[in-house]
Structure formats: C-alpha cells, structure tokens
Design a protein around this ligand. Structure first.
Ligand SMILES: C[S@@+](CC[C@H](N)C(=O)[O-])C[C@H]1O[C@@H](n2cnc3c(N)ncnc32)[C@H](O)[C@@H]1O
Length: 400
C-alpha cells in the first residue's frame, strides 16, 4: 500500500466550504485542510482520498492532483498536458471525459480548453501505442479535470466519477428535490449530529421525495454516504489501490453495523401522496427507518414521544419556491402557515428553512437568529434558522 502524500481538492456548493472543511478535518490521515471558494484543498495518502469519497456528505467532486504548470495559452495547455504520463492513469483503449474550468485570452471558453486537453491526452497516447482513447461523457474510465487560474493550469483526476451527491438510493425524485449534498450541509450547519445523539427527533413537514429525512437518518445511524455506490471514478484508474479501498469499505461497514440498533426519530409529511410514495421507496432502498404521513403543514405537530420530557427537536424544510409569479402567492401562504405552526406547536424547537425567495422568508413572520446565503442549483436561497421561543419550559398558555 502506497504512503505517498497526494494533494486533493473537494468541490462543493458555494457557502458550504466551512462544513466540508470540518468534515474533512474529522477524517484520519487528512492534513493541511484549506478552504477555497467553492472547494476545500487537503493532503493525505490515497486512503485519505478514498475515505473522503466514502464519508463526505457535502462534497460534489473529489479531485486528486496529477500535475500543474504555468501558462494560460492553448499551446501551453497542450504541451503541459503532454508532459503527464497518461498511460500511468488509463488504458490506451480506455474512455475519457474532460471538465475544464477557467478562461484566458487564449482560451476563451471551457469547451475549447476541454477539447485541447482531450487532444493532448489522445495524441500523446496514440504516438506511443498506435491507438487512442475515445470520449465518453457519461461513464468515462477517467474523468480529467483542468483548472486554469491566475496563469496556472492544475490537472486532476476525479476520484468520485459521478458527483458525490448521487448516493445511489434515489431512483425517483419529486419535481423539486434538493441535492443530497446540500441537504446534508444544512443538517450539519443545524448541528443535527449533536441533536440526534441526544435523542432529539427531526421533522420535515414538506418532505417531498424525502432528501432531508434520508440524509438525517443516514447521519444519525452513522451510515457512510458512499456505501450505496457501486461505481467510482477510480474504479478503472491504473493507480487504484484495491487494498486501501477495501479497508475503507470495511471501516464503513463496521460503523454501519455498530450503529444499526440506535433508536432514531425521523419524521416527514407532505400533502402530495406521490411525493410520499417516492420517499418510502427511497427509504426502503436505503434501508433507513423513517416515518412519513400525509399531512398539511398547517396541521404539523411534534411527534409523540415515549419519554416523559422529550428533548426538543429540529424541524428542517424546503417549502415550495413559487418560482413562477402566479405561484408566489401560494408559496407565501405556505410560509404563513409554517410560521403559525412553529409558534403554536414547535415551542422550544430549532427550525431551519431554506427559502427560495424573499417573500417566502418574510411570510414566515419570525425573526431568524441566522440567515445565510446558499445556492440550491441555480436558485439563490437563504438558509434561515429560528430558535422558536427560547423558553425551554414550553409555550405560553393557549399556544398549543
Ligand atoms: C420544494 S418541495 C420539497 C422538496 C424536498 N426537499 C425534496 O428534496 O424532495 C416542496 C414540497 O412541499 C409540499 N407542499 C406544498 N404545500 C404544502 C402544504 N401546505 N403542506 C405540506 N406540504 C406542502 C409539496 O408537495 C412539495 O413536495
């Protein structure tokens, strides 16, 4: 097993860098963790990169650096790419895809950068082997990533392959699912791991296809998010170390078994029966014990607890955005109902809401203790945190 230290960059949604850095700092053999914009850099042996693939709930891609060189022209790119011994990384008749990020006077768009990179890799292999790799944008053997920034190209291989938010449990999704990696980041920001450990319940009263519920149950049961994936970006990489990877899989299996009997309380509701069916299918596939029912947010209440004084819980939700003007009014109405439900029945709870428009945030009618910008795909959102009444002795008379 090799002990060479590699340089890695884990990419993420903007706004999530701090949570991703904390996740990486918590992994053995990871060092030099540095937050960048939309990414976190770190060092470690190959096993550290594999562990990051297996355990990071918030990263999108896991890039291992293959080389870097100065320049910003198309020729500098072509020459620099050819300096790398690509046969160390892929078979001559393998398949590849190239992602290119950055522009310069000589490389005016990322498509052109990706084409020059692909030409340089294919030419260098063909000159030696008389055969060249082909392009497969969907399921390549090697996904190469080139980043041009401030007169420097950095070349990397994507160890994840498919983006890491694709956990493998989701066969079907509702119309507006939140990405698994963003849902997990929101749960980590809301300190769900601590709450779950203390036995607190979690409720998503507008759960859609259940992304928050599945991620929350996965965290509470110490399930590695990568355990359900069968295909990785390193699966056909020539430097892949199967022994190191099987150590990482064995660790994850062991932790899964050790936490399997933990009691967790993860509850969801929605008015759409189709969304609830999807959630149940996904939960079954992921083998996660979550409870869902059909209910409007106006009727939502904390779950019954067998404990005499149950710990307060976490409500986390992603209300409809109302992205078309015609549905804004409907979204604001849902916001008002959520606000009323929180003050009437969730006294003492923490509520975290990802709001896709300002009107919705205002319609909740409560003062957030925290408001953080986050991107949900192309939609700029606000993550709002409400500590609903900080009087732990319960709601004022008549609120229930
Ligand atoms: C943006 S989607 C939630 C997506 C979810 N986070 C996921 O990942 O699939 C909003 C959900 O709110 C539900 N919804 C809308 N109005 C509701 C209401 N009054 N009560 C309960 N659920 C409602 C919709 O059916 C939809 O599933």
């Amino acid at each position: 097993m090799s002990s060479i230290t590699h340089q890695y960059v884990a990419t993420c949604t903007s706004g999530v860098e701090g949570v991703l850095a904390a996740e990486l700092r918590g992994l053995p053999e990871v060092s030099n963790v540095k937050e960048l914009r939309g990414a976190v850099a770190f060092n470690g042996p190959l096993r550290a990169g594999y562990r990051a693939c297996m355990w990071s709930r918030t990263a999108s891609r896991m890039l291992i650096e293959l080389g870097d060189f100065r320049g910003d022209s198309a020729d500098a790119l072509y020459d620099g790419i050819r300096q790398i011994d690509w046969l160390q990384h892929m078979a001559e008749d393998g398949t590849l895809a190239v992602d290119f990020v950055g522009t310069s006077d000589g490389i005016r768009n990322s498509h052109f950068g990706a084409m020059r990179t692909k030409d340089a890799i294919c030419d260098s292999i063909r000159e030696r082997m008389d055969i060249r790799p082909s392009v497969d944008l969907e399921r390549p053997d090697a996904r190469v990533h080139v980043h041009l920034r401030q007169g420097r190209f950095t070349v990397a291989l994507d160890l994840a392959g498919d983006p890491l938010h694709r956990r493998g449990y989701r066969r079907s999704a509702g119309p507006a699912p939140i990405k698994e990696s963003l849902a997990a980041a929101i749960l980590l920001l809301a300190e769900w791991p601590l709450a779950a450990e203390a036995g607190a319940p979690l409720v998503d009263p507008m759960c859609g296809s259940g992304t928050f519920l599945l991620e929350a149950a996965g965290i509470a049961l110490d399930r590695a998010p990568g355990l359900g994936r069968s295909r990785w970006g390193f699966s056909r990489w020539r430097q892949h170390d199967p022994e190191a990877w099987s150590d990482v899989v064995a660790e994850a299996q062991e932790r899964k078994h050790a936490a399997n009997d933990r009691e967790i309380g993860v509850f969801g509701a929605d008015i759409d029966p189709e969304a609830l069916r999807t959630t149940k299918v996904n939960a079954q596939r992921a083998e996660l014990p979550i409870v869902v029912r059909r209910q409007a947010v106006a009727d939502s209440a904390p779950p019954d607890s067998p404990l005499e004084s149950p710990p307060f819980g976490l409500l986390v939700t992603n209300p409809p955005y109302g992205d078309r003007l015609s549905s804004r009014g409907g979204a604001n109405q849902v916001g008002r109902e959520l606000g009323r439900t929180l003050t009437r029945r969730y006294w003492g709870w923490r509520a975290v809401v990802i709001a896709g428009n300002r009107g919705l945030a205002e319609s909740i009618g409560l003062e957030p203790v925290r408001s953080k910008p986050l991107w949900n795909g192309p939609i700029e959102c606000r993550l709002l945190q409400f500590d609903v009444g900080d009087n732990p002795s319960g709601p004022p008379q008549g609120r229930r």
